[in-house]
Design a protein around this ligand. Sequence first.
Ligand code: GLA
Length: 691
Amino acid sequence: MRRRPTPESFDPRQVRPWNDRLDGLGFGGDYNPEQWPDDVRLEDVGLMREAGVNLLSVAIFAWATIEPREGELDWGWLDDTMDRLHAAGVQVALATATASPPPWLTRKHPEILPRLADGTVLHQGSRQSYAVTHPVHRDYALRMAARVAERYRDHPALALWHVDNEIGCHVPRDYSEAAADAFREWLRARYGTVDGLNAAWGTAFWAQRYGSFDDVLPPLTTPAQANPTQQLDYDRFTSDALLDYYRDLRDTLREITPHVPVTTNLMAHSTTKGMDYFSWAPELDVVANDHYTIAADGERQVELAFSADLARGLAGGAPWILMEHSTSAVNWQPRNRAKLPGELLRNSLAHVARGADSVMFFQWRQSRAGAEKYHSAMVPHAGTDSDVWRDVVHLGRALRALGEVRGSRVRSRAALVVDWPSWWGAELDSHPTGDLRYMDQVQAWYAALWRHGVTVDLVPSHADLTGYDLVVLPTTYLVTDADAANVAAAAERGATVVVTYFSGIVDEHDHVRLGGYPGAFRELLGVRTEEFWPLQEGETARVVGKAVGGDATVDLWTEKTHVADGTEVVAAYDGGPLAGWPAVTRADAGAGQAWYVATRLDRPGLDALVGRLVAEAGVGPDLAAPAGVEVVRRWAEDGAASWLFVINHTEREAVLGDDGSPVAGTELLTGEPVGGRLTVPSGAVRVVRAA
Ligand code: GLA
């Protein structure tokens, strides 16, 4: 990879806040005027005013419109757009226009096309058809970004640079020649010598020893299982290569406009495995996230909350931008259902509750043509006489009423660890079970905490854990010595640390930590697992113990675990080959405690356990709410004010504040005073500025 170093003259203090010219919260979406004639574009501006739009992402897929033939540039439409938006009081997150190369480029340089592992070329005719590592593509992309930056550097509508679009979305792993070259270069930098690589990859096994970096390939299709560390390193390399592309574009922009903040829209949610966003986030001036709910998921508000909390975790707690979500149906799920009445407002404000200072959509106007014409938008095919448009206008009004929450932060004393290297490592092949999915484990714990009303911070295991009273590590398979020590130190200081099965198993090279599992956490937890005992598909076992609600059903995973002196067995297997062996243990650790959960508990069992952990760690919510009612508080940075967000996902009216924690203040969406008791109708949202 040939990235130029960040210009030395660059001073991060000169970067303007992305929202310094906005009143209150941002509101808008992707705007693609190149798809429409001028009369529609003029109508757009009037409708944007009606809805209260103040922020739009523009020119994301505009390369072929700006440069239809090489070197022939048409800026007229974009100049008009920028001027009109400025006149309408709309700020712009202006894209580098690089998200899809124009057809003339891939025809002239087919070598920039990405490839699958079996060699299949991903051709022009859709989007993102480029290999991020290809030097020819890189040159063209940087030139395009520089042209956009030169042209609009002083435009008063320019608020923020939007680099490319969802980098890595469609081609998270590229196996082109360019990628193979860049991988070898990355390995040279990581290991220095080929002996270093051989040691890390354990190549004494199966005659895989390399004599030269030139012999190394990406993990292509092989006769038997591929080397796991090679696969793991390809994940690391891929994430780094995609980030490298972002940084190169960012630095090109910074050279021209050092004062303009730069971001790219992340996809921080449960299926984005390709990019280690904790290594990306520090490179963004503001974290921007895209999130779409899954219509078939009956509890999609929980996955939404997970994504929002992950965006906040990536932002280190700072406010972030919700760069895309949908007003109603999407077009890429097997069955694309419209959102239910009130769901749009609930979705949008759930993101705001969890730290978003801007609410944006894909896209402003629903396309007439192209692959996304059945994807909802702010202006639907039906026009303005539609529930979607009325909901959009209503949301705009709600966001204006909530302007004062801007800049405030969520506080949490519970942390749930999310580590991409563990995600990559835990799902490698030839493991004790092929059924284990890392994110299932993380999300099961997240959901149980959500059901207990606990707002958690999602952090990596290398995060500063000071200040957390509860730290949960679900299937944190791969940890460095330093990360394991960081976790142990949290318990020493007084936190309750919870580690689940298949954690701490390997080091950063995917080499097993010997002497009994879970090697990295054995001492902290006071346990030593002799052998894994995964269950067959559909097989369950029974676990008994008060901590899991008396008895619980478990599946997926069990193991034969010994406890050290002083470690308490709080739940054990009842019957089956492991009858009597520990399933859940607890040990004192410094001023805190360390729990080990050696199996996958069913929902009631996990809820019982989480209830006890939350109570013992003292991280319960400050306000009791009925099940299905989401409560999150944002605090002013100085702690002088707070805003309580209450989202009623149930079919019944909810009443809060009756149980000794009165809710008092002003409800911002209705403007009404709240005098101790807050009534939230079914499906409604309330935001109370605390008195
Ligand atoms: C992503 C992309 C958008 C659009 C939406 C559709 O988020 O960034 O361009 O394709 O998906 O949901």
